[in-house]
Design a binder for this molecule. Structure first.
Ligand code: E4P
Length: 219
């Protein structure tokens, strides 16, 4: 399973990259706004800055919601760097645009996915990645992770190439469950990635090893 970081914060992207496990980045308009990145040229420059840090795929989301607008914006994003993936919402014109991008060899990430039916449509259109939003489904008291399992089963039966990118990850447990459910990629906030490191027995064990070593070597 590939690890992406779900942020537009350059320091967090660098920190995840320094861990040596980072395969890519996802952003969305809310994450860009959170970093205070506004205005078209600043947004474009920020994507370029992210692509200079990370070699893997960087999802950049279109704002347009009509076919012509999505195509025009997606092409501009794609031209920014060789690792840009155009992120397109799961709407009628979005699916049409994903099919067009597929025909023109432009990689896509179909976002805001909440059902298996949407996942089938995106795969038929040739999306490179599909982003089901786990946390947001959990927020409605449904089981987000069961959607990942259902899509993984359908994609395996049908032989679809679209990669399942588990999104809206809220904690480290989600990462483990996404791996079990068959996600190809997981995109996570930095704390969820760092949370995977933690276990109290690791801390206790390490403290013991270091203290035994110090005692033995002070004699
Ligand atoms: C990433 O591609 C999604 O936009 C993101 O994971 C959404 O996460 P959220 O539900 O925490 O906003």
């Amino acid at each position: 399973m590939k690890f992406f970081i779900d942020t537009a914060n350059l320091d967090q992207i660098k920190e995840a990259k320094d861990l040596g496990i980072l395969d890519g980045v996802t952003t969305n308009p809310s994450l860009m706004a959170k970093e205070g990145i506004t205005g078209q040229s600043n947004v474009m420059n920020h994507y370029k800055a992210i692509c200079e840090i990370v070699e893997g795929d960087v999802s950049a989301e279109v704002i347009a919601t009509d076919f012509a607008g999505i195509i025009e914006e997606g092409q501009r994003l794609f031209d920014l760097a060789s690792n840009i993936v155009v992120k397109v919402p799961m709407i009628k014109d979005g699916i049409k645009a994903i099919a067009w991008f597929t025909e023109h060899s432009i990689p896509t990430n179909c976002t805001l996915v909440f059902s298996a039916g949407q996942a089938i449509l995106a795969a038929k259109a040739g999306a490179t990645y599909l982003s089901p939003f786990i946390g947001r489904i959990d927020d409605t008291n449904w089981d987000g992770m069961s959607l990942i399992s259902e899509i993984a089963e359908i994609y395996a039966i049908q032989g679809y190439d679209t990669q399942i990118l588990a999104a809206s990850i809220r904690n480290s447990r989600h990462i483990v469950d996404a791996a079990k459910a068959g996600a190809d990629v997981v995109t996570c906030p930095l704390p969820a990635i760092l949370g995977l490191l933690k276990h109290p027995l690791t801390d206790i064990g390490l403290e013991q090893f270091l203290s035994d070593h110090a005692k033995a070597n002070s004699k």
